[in-house]
Every structure is written in structure tokens, then in C-alpha cells.
Design a protein around this ligand. Structure first.
Ligand SMILES: [Zn+2]
Ligand SMILES: [Zn+2]
Length: 256
């Protein structure tokens, strides 16, 4: 795609912009799809939030640049320098390592998110870095990437850093990014898309869906996790589900 004689900085800039464009397409496709579904199943849920959604899209577009740049540069370094631990051969590692690598990536991302997120709730850091995300009251399907650029830098750093040290097959990286995208959008959507049998099952006691993350947006000082309730439970910051969402999903007779 890029000429070998091209100056490295120009090549990195181009590859970063192309990757950012992919991230932006992914954002519009996923948030747009779930916003459309929301309109079908919860008509009027986002009424009166036009200005907020405009703000969310503008911050998200800046975030796509910040998420895309290191990913693109890393892809370039994989292609030209063989730096990353990405692999493509099915026999390069045992097959059982594939699901394990997905779990390692998700758990590491969850751990990174929990602790940096909790730190960003300290009053000074909150004002500077995290208030933008909480300006979405209540959040919508467009809130998934609505972060201040400083928060985006923190969030965008982990997976590229992990790719330098933790082996993962290309397809499994695709699985991680798909889970990240779907959970990022559905957790902010303002209603529960997962069935009662999942949310109120033993799995729902450990995995985060909208019922759990909405509570973070309501009360701020609890439910800091990204995918799993593990750190919230270990650290005593888990306060269960949003009553509004549970009630709306007619889950009220189930335990929190
Ligand atoms: Zn959120
Ligand atoms: Zn927060």
C-alpha cells in the first residue's frame, strides 16, 4: 500500500489516519445500529437529548483519532519490524491458548479500566479528564466513545502495549475488539438488551451489562468496572443494578 521509499513519519501519519477512519466507521456503525434499535424498541428514550448526542459524537470523533493512531503505528511496526506478538498461523500456539488469550486481554483491559477509572473519580482528575463522559445524563448509544482526549489517551494505551508482549491470534484480537465495541455501546444504551436469564443468572453476577453500568452513571461512586464485576466486588464498590433499568426491563422480581 505504502511505497518503501516513503519517509517513515509520513507513512506513520497515513497509516494512523487510515486506522482512525476505521475506528470512526466502527463507531458510527455500532452506535448508529444500536441507536436505531433503541428507537424501535424504546421509542422516545432519547427525546430531548439532541444537543447531548451532538456533543457525544464530537468527543467520540476526537477519541477515534486517539484510538486509531497508536493502533495504526503498531500495525505498521508489525508489518515492517515484526515488533508485535500478533500471530496468524493456527499452529503457532496451542489452540487452547486462543480463548485464553481473549480472556487475558479482556481481564487486563478491565483491570486497567477499573483502576484508572476509579482514579479519575478523584475530584481534581474528574474535572479535567472524566467529566465529559459523565456529562451524558443519562448516557445513550452514542456515549460509548465520548471521552475527553486525556481520558482517550489513557484508554487507548493498553491494548497496543499488550500487543507488544502478550501473543494473540489476529482472529482473537478481532473477537476482543468486537466484544469491546458491543459492550461499550450496549452498556450505555439506557436499557437492557440482554435477557433476564442472563442478567439475573450467576453469569450476570460477574459480567457487566447496561443494568450495572447505568448505576455508575446515576451514582458516580460505584460500579467502576468495564466487563467484569470482579474488581468492584473485591474492592466493595459494587452496588448492583440500576433500579430504573431493571424496572423498565420488568426484572423487578429478580435479585440485584
Ligand atoms: Zn460510562
Ligand atoms: Zn465514571
Amino acid at each position: 500500500m505504502l511505497s518503501p521509499d516513503m519517509p517513515i513519519l509520513l507513512a506513520l501519519l497515513i497509516v494512523s489516519l487510515v486506522t482512525s477512519a476505521f475506528v470512526a466507521v466502527r463507531y458510527f456503525a455500532s452506535s448508529g445500529l444500536f441507536a436505531w434499535i433503541t428507537q424501535r424498541v424504546r421509542p422516545g428514550l432519547y427525546s430531548g437529548q439532541k444537543a447531548q448526542i451532538g456533543r457525544e459524537i464530537r468527543w467520540s470523533l476526537l477519541a477515534t483519532l486517539i484510538y486509531g493512531a497508536p493502533a495504526g503505528m503498531l500495525f505498521w511496526s508489525w508489518n515492517h519490524l515484526g515488533w508485535t506478538q500478533l500471530y496468524s498461523g493456527l499452529a503457532d500456539y496451542p489452540l487452547w491458548y486462543m480463548p485464553l488469550s481473549v480472556f487475558i486481554y479482556l481481564f487486563a483491559q478491565d483491570t486497567w479500566f477499573y483502576w484508572t477509572h476509579r482514579a479519575m473519580h478523584a475530584p481534581r482528575l474528574f474535572k479535567i479528564m472524566h467529566k465529559v463522559h459523565h456529562d451524558s445524563r443519562p448516557p445513550t448509544a452514542w456515549t460509548a466513545m465520548s471521552f475527553h482526549w486525556l481520558e482517550s489517551i489513557v484508554g487507548a494505551a493498553l491494548i497496543p502495549a499488550m500487543l507488544l508482549v502478550v501473543p494473540i491470534h489476529f482472529a482473537m484480537l478481532g473477537v476482543v475488539l468486537t466484544i469491546a465495541t458491543i459492550m461499550g455501546v450496549t452498556n450505555h444504551m439506557g436499557w437492557e438488551i440482554f435477557p433476564r436469564q442472563v442478567v439475573h443468572s450467576p453469569l450476570g453476577q460477574w459480567v457487566i451489562t447496561a443494568s450495572h453500568h447505568e448505576k455508575h452513571h446515576e451514582e458516580y461512586r460505584c460500579n467502576f468496572g468495564l466487563y467484569f464485576r470482579f474488581w468492584d466486588r473485591v474492592c466493595g464498590t459494587d452496588r448492583g443494578f440500576s433500579h430504573r433499568i431493571v424496572k423498565e426491563a420488568r426484572h423487578e422480581s429478580a435479585p440485584a
